[in-house]
Design a protein around this ligand. Structure first.
Ligand code: PLP
Length: 379
């Protein structure tokens, strides 16, 4: 198989797989126990936390919270801020957020919150003047994704953060698709979320950064772990795995970026030469490792299924909504028609993606598209 779906998830690094059973044995004890085995786990957990605090320039390690996934982190931020600040009933987010942000916001909208969606241009960039205008004294928070999981477009979260700071409104960013891969202006983010399985750590570990000066109620109540912000016995082994995976990405960041740029160029040029009618969504101001291409007259889902039969893993829309016939909300927000928004295929590269795989994938995509188009009833 040729795996071009790294924005959905990634294979676990070999080193982590090899060490995992050793860590499971070594750090089996509850880090909240006072006996020596418990303290051994505690030391390993705190070492991982210290690493992340240093990486993100956070002076207070207690602001680094381990969670189970980015969905949990996003829900904690959104519902936690709402619970603690009931007088603020206005939320500002972009229309191209991941569902793990959109859905908790929708949940609050049903409870009477007013939600304003930021305007974006045809390249997916947030309109900063619109942001300045719509923040008001009732605004609970502003939330914008950093790198979009479908198009790869990068938002200027430093500028957005500065605007929010001037207006004294908490700013939160979902940095799941940028963490470890590009520079992140951490100092402008009050809250952010990270997911381990997007950077070759196992599933079941995420990170949440909070700003302790802003009131936030935890989602999970219980034993008061993670300084009271996330109860539940800590997953020491996966916290170590997340640290190892992050280190590996950071150490190779520059080379990987160069590789991704080459692969992106190869893919887009190869597809364009053979299928001039394709549309590439957001060609500028994006990361090279996520690209959505629209294939006129066929659906993205048909392409995904047919390419799967040829040994190529890609996705249409976001992976979380695969199987649903709904057009991508991200592409609709860009201003694409429903038909165009149904015709997108996402190619996303990872740590292990190779040039030869892209070359093979291009031939398979071209052949598949031409065949599907002949028999397509999609109009
Ligand atoms: N945010 C973004 C941008 C994502 O791409 C994803 C996963 O698809 C998530 C959040 C959810 O991450 P998790 O699977 O860790 O809950």
């Amino acid at each position: 198989m040729i795996y071009l779906d790294s924005a959905a998830t990634t294979p676990v690094f070999e080193e982590i797989i090899n060490n995992q059973s050793k860590w499971i044995k070594e750090y089996f004890a509850n880090p909240n126990s006072l006996h020596p085995d418990g303290q051994k786990s505690r030391i390993a957990l705190e070492e991982a936390r210290r690493y992340f605090a240093g990486l993100i320039d956070c002076l207070d390690e207690e602001e680094v919270i381990f969670t189970s996934c980015a969905t949990e982190s996003n829900n904690t931020i959104i519902k936690g801020l709402a619970e603690s600040n009931p007088e603020k009933k206005h939320i500002v987010i972009s229309p191209i957020e991941h569902k793990s942000v959109l859905m908790p916001v929708k949940y609050l909208a049903k409870k009477g919150y007013k939600v304003d969606f930021l305007k974006i241009d045809s390249q997916g960039k947030i309109d900063l003047d619109h942001l300045k205008k719509i923040i008001n004294p009732k605004t609970l928070f502003v939330g914008t994704i950093h790198v979009n999981n479908e198009t790869g477009v990068i938002q200027d979260i430093a500028e957005i953060g500065k605007i929010c700071r001037e207006k004294e409104v908490p700013f939160f960013s979902d940095i799941v698709q940028s963490f470890g891969k590009i520079d992140i202006p951490f100092k402008y983010l009050d809250f952010f979320s990270v997911s381990g399985h997007k950077i070759n750590a196992p599933k079941g570990i995420g990170l949440l950064k909070i700003n302790k000066n802003i009131d936030i109620t935890p989602l999970l109540h219980g034993g008061g772990q993670e300084n009271g912000f996330r109860s539940g016995t800590e997953n020491v082994v996966e916290a170590i795995a997340l640290k190892e995976a992050t280190q590996n990405w950071i150490e190779n960041k520059k080379n990987l970026w160069e590789k991704f740029k080459k692969l992106e160029k190869l893919l887009i040029n190869g597809l364009r030469e053979n299928i001039p009618e394709i549309k590439v969504v957001s060609e500028n101001n994006k990361v090279p490792y996520i690209t959505t291409v629209l294939f006129p007259e066929v659906t993205g889902q048909e392409m995904v299924v047919a390419l799967g039969r040829k040994g190529i893993d890609v996705s249409s829309g976001s992976a979380c909504s695969t199987g649903s016939p709904m057009p991508s909300h991200v592409l609709l927000a860009y201003g694409f028609s429903e038909k165009d928004a149904l015709s997108g295929v996402r190619f996303s590269f990872g740590f292990y993606t190779e040039e030869e795989e892209i070359i093979k994938a291009i031939s398979a995509v071209v052949e598949t598209y031409k065949k599907l188009k002949l028999f397509s009833s999609f109009s």
